[in-house]
Design a binder for this molecule. Structure first.
Ligand code: ZN
Length: 115
């Protein structure tokens, strides 16, 4: 399952970040997930629940914010919302558009607890 490896790498980076800051545990993390990232939200929720067990994230609230998809036309430069990787420019009907937002998956913030 793809989401499990995503969840594990999230846990890893949060642990790293927390240790670097000298924290002892994490009370909240906020993740940003693009709707075009290919990550299935429910699967990730489930994978994270498993991945945080026994780690410093065990008690953390995990919030997920979705980022909408935006594509840019390679011909006329129009930017438009999209829920799909392959779209046609609504202005000039050019089929060559680049996704400029919505494919990312990142950790937006971490609330670290110190003893
Ligand atoms: Zn266009």
């Amino acid at each position: 399952m793809h989401e499990l490896s995503v969840a594990m790498s999230i846990v890893e980076s949060v642990e790293e970040e927390t240790h670097r800051a000298g924290g002892s545990s994490v009370s909240e993390i906020v993740l940003e997930i693009g709707i075009l990232s290919g990550i299935i939200r429910e699967a990730l929720d489930f994978a994270l629940e498993e991945a945080i067990k026994g780690t410093i994230l065990q008690e953390a609230d995990i919030r997920i914010e979705e980022i909408p998809g935006i594509a840019k036309c390679s011909s006329c430069g129009t930017e438009f919302r999209t829920g799909d990787h392959f779209t046609i420019c609504p202005e000039c009907m050019n089929p060559y558009t680049d996704i400029i937002q919505g494919k990312e998956m990142k950790i937006k913030s971490i609330k670290i607890a110190f003893k």
